[in-house]
Design a protein around this ligand. Structure first.
Ligand SMILES: NC(=O)C1=CN([C@@H]2O[C@H](COP(=O)(O)OP(=O)(O)OC[C@H]3O[C@@H](n4cnc5c(N)ncnc54)[C@H](OP(=O)(O)O)[C@@H]3O)[C@@H](O)[C@H]2O)C=CC1
Ligand SMILES: O=C(CO)[C@H](O)[C@H](O)COP(=O)(O)O
Length: 478
C-alpha cells in the first residue's frame, strides 16, 4: 500500500505554497491541493520529493495519514467557509482542519461550533510573516480545539520561527476564535506601525529634501536602537530601491492608494464594540480610506488653496524629535493593541496569556520589534498590567511627548501629513488630563435630552433647566 502523507495544505498561492515548502524542508511529506490546477503545477515545478500534488479534494484527502491534518491557506470569508463545508463529507471524527488564513474571528467561532457537533477538530490560527515568514518560519497563533493543537503541534512547532532564545513562536492562544482574534489585533498594530513609519518618512523627506539614500541610512541607524523592528528594516530597503532605469526611486512611482483586506476594519469595528480606544489603528485605517479617494483628492488639491507656511513658527526640528515621536507612536500602537486584547479576553472568556502573545510576536512576524521583549517581561509578572503605568512606558511617554509636540508643530506648519502622530499627541493630552471638554458635552446632553449629569462637588445625578426658552416646564433649583 502507498505510504500516506503527514499533512495536507489547501491553497497554493503565496502563503500556502511557501508553508508547504517549509513543512517539506522539515522532512514531512505534504499533500497539496489548489482550487485551480495552475498554482499546483507551479509548485510541482519545484521537483520537491516531499510535496505530492493532488487535483481533486477526494484524492487529496485520501492521501493523508489518520488523523488527517489539513491546513487551509486560502482567501478568507465565503471561500474558506465553503471549502470547509466541502471537506466535511470526506472527514472522520477526530480529523483536524486548521484554517491558517486571515479569517474573521466570528466566522471562526461559528465554524468551531459546526465542526464540534460533527466531532471534527478545528483550529483557527493566525499565521504571520508574509511570503518570507511562511517559507522560513512564521509566527503562529492557534486557537480552537486544544486536542487538535496537541495532534498537530509537533509539525507546527517545527515550521515556526524561533525567538532569540530558541523558543518556537507559537503558543496555544485559547478557544474558538481566539487565535484569529489575536491575528486581527496583530494586523491592527501592523496598520498603525506602517502608517507611523510612513508619516515619519514624509517628515524625513522634508528634512533631507527627498534624498532617500540619506533617509534610508537614518532608518538603518534607528533600526540599531530602541526602534529595531522588521518594518523599519524593510522600510530602509524599500525607500532606496531605484527604478529600473536608475533615474528615480521606485517608491516615488508607487501610487498612494493603499488597499486593505479587512483585518484593520474588523479590529476597529471590534474596538468600538468593546468601547476600547484604538486611535492608532483607526486613524491608519481612515488614512487608507482617504487614500482611495484619489479622484477627489486630485480635484481638491486644485480647488482648495494651500495653507501658507507661517514664517514665525518655521523652526526646523532635530532628527531626534522625529525618532522619538515615531517610537512613542509605535509604543502606543502596541499599548492600544494589548489593551484591546485584554478587553476581548474578558468579553469572550478567553483567558488570554498576554506574555505568550508577545513571545509569539517576537520573531517571524510583521510586527516583530524590540519592544515586544519589554512587553512580554511585564505581562510575565502581571497579566493584568496596564502598560501605560509601567516604568519603561511611563518614562517614554513623559520624556517623548514634548518631542512629539515639536514634531507635530513642525508638520502642521509645513503642511506635512502626519494624522496618526497628531492623534497620539492628543490621545495622551486627553488620557493624562483631569479636565476634559466633555463636561460641556454632558451639560448639552442634559439640556436637550434630560439625560442628567454628575457634578464635581456633589454626589448623584442632576438635571437642570439650562436654557429657559427650551426647558420652560422644568423646575429645579440648580
Ligand atoms: N499574503 C500574506 O502576506 C498573508 C496572507 N495571509 C492569509 O493567508 C491566506 C492566503 O493568502 P495568500 O497566499 O496571500 O493568497 P490570497 O489571499 O490571494 O488567496 C488566494 C488563494 O485562495 C484560493 N481561493 C480563492 N477563492 C477560493 C474559493 N472560492 N475556493 C477555494 N479556494 C479559493 C485561491 O485559489 P485559486 O488559485 O483557485 O484562485 C488561492 O489559492 C489568506 O486568508 C490571507 O489573508 C496571512 C498572512 C499573510
Ligand atoms: O496578514 C497579513 C500580514 O500580517 C497580510 O499581508 C494582510 O493581507 C495584510 O493586511 P492588508 O492587506 O489589509 O494590508
Amino acid at each position: 500500500m502507498k505510504k500516506k502523507q503527514s499533512i495536507g495544505v489547501i491553497g497554493m498561492a503565496i502563503m500556502g505554497k511557501n508553508l508547504s515548502l517549509n513543512i517539506s524542508s522539515n522532512k514531512y511529506k505534504v499533500s497539496v491541493f489548489n482550487r485551480s490546477k495552475e498554482k499546483t503545477k507551479i509548485i510541482v515545478r519545484e521537483k520537491n520529493k516531499n510535496i505530492i500534488p493532488y487535483y481533486s479534494i477526494k484524492s487529496f484527502i485520501n492521501s493523508l495519514k489518520k488523523p488527517k491534518i489539513i491546513i487551509l491557506m486560502i482567501k478568507s470569508g465565503k471561500s474558506t467557509i465553503n471549502t470547509i463545508n466541502k471537506l466535511i463529507k470526506y472527514l472522520d471524527p477526530h480529523d483536524v482542519i486548521i484554517d491558517g488564513g486571515n479569517s474573521f474571528f466570528k466566522d471562526t467561532m461559528m465554524i468551531s461550533k459546526v465542526l464540534f457537533k460533527k466531532h471534527i477538530k478545528f483550529i483557527g490560527t493566525g499565521i504571520s510573516g508574509g511570503e518570507e515568514g511562511a517559507l522560513n518560519g512564521p509566527s503562529i497563533m492557534p486557537g480552537g480545539s486544544f486536542i487538535a493543537y496537541e495532534i498537530s503541534k509537533n509539525i507546527l512547532k517545527r515550521i515556526s520561527s524561533l525567538t532569540k532564545i530558541n523558543k518556537p513562536c507559537i503558543s496555544f492562544i485559547g478557544p474558538n476564535g481566539a487565535g484569529h482574534y489575536v491575528k486581527m489585533i496583530h494586523n491592527s498594530i501592523e496598520y498603525g506601525n506602517m502608517q507611523l513609519i510612513a508619516e515619519s518618512y514624509f517628515l524625513l523627506k522634508s528634512f533631507f529634501k527627498n534624498d532617500n539614500n540619506k533617509i534610508s541610512k537614518i532608518f538603518g541607524k534607528w533600526n540599531k536602537g530602541e526602534l529595531n523592528s522588521y518594518l523599519i528594516e524593510i522600510t530602509k530597503e524599500i525607500i532606496k530601491k531605484k527604478n529600473r532605469n536608475n533615474k528615480c526611486y521606485l517608491i516615488d512611482l508607487v501610487s498612494d492608494v493603499a488597499e486593505s483586506k479587512g483585518t484593520g476594519k474588523w479590529a476597529t469595528q471590534n474596538a468600538l464594540e468593546l468601547e476600547e480606544i484604538s486611535y492608532v489603528t483607526t486613524i491608519s485605517l481612515f488614512e487608507r480610506y482617504i487614500s482611495s479617494l484619489k479622484k477627489i483628492r486630485e480635484e481638491s488639491s486644485k480647488e482648495f488653496s494651500k495653507i501658507p507656511i507661517l514664517i514665525y513658527n518655521n523652526k526646523t526640528i532635530s532628527l531626534e524629535c522625529i525618532r522619538k515621536s515615531l517610537y512613542l507612536g509605535i509604543l502606543t500602537s502596541y499599548i492600544q493593541g494589548f489593551n484591546q486584547l485584554k478587553s476581548a479576553s474578558l468579553k469572550y472568556n478567553w483567558n488570554l496569556k498576554l506574555n505568550n502573545i508577545a513571545k509569539v510576536w517576537e520573531s517571524g512576524c510583521i510586527i516583530k520589534s524590540k519592544c515586544l521583549e519589554k512587553i512580554r517581561n511585564e505581562y510575565e509578572k502581571n497579566n493584568d498590567s496596564n502598560l501605560i503605568y509601567i516604568d519603561y512606558f511611563k518614562d517614554k511617554i513623559n520624556l517623548y511627548r514634548l518631542f512629539l509636540k515639536k514634531t507635530i508643530l513642525y508638520s502642521i506648519n509645513n503642511n506635512i501629513i502626519t494624522p496618526s502622530l497628531n492623534s497620539i499627541f492628543m490621545y495622551y493630552n486627553s488620557y493624562c488630563s483631569n479636565n476634559l471638554p466633555t463636561s460641556l458635552v454632558q451639560a448639552q446632553r442634559d439640556c436637550f435630552g434630560a439625560h442628567k449629569y454628575n457634578r464635581k462637588d456633589r454626589k448623584g445625578y442632576f438635571h437642570t433647566n439650562w436654557v429657559t426658552k427650551y426647558n420652560k416646564n422644568i423646575n429645579n433649583k440648580y
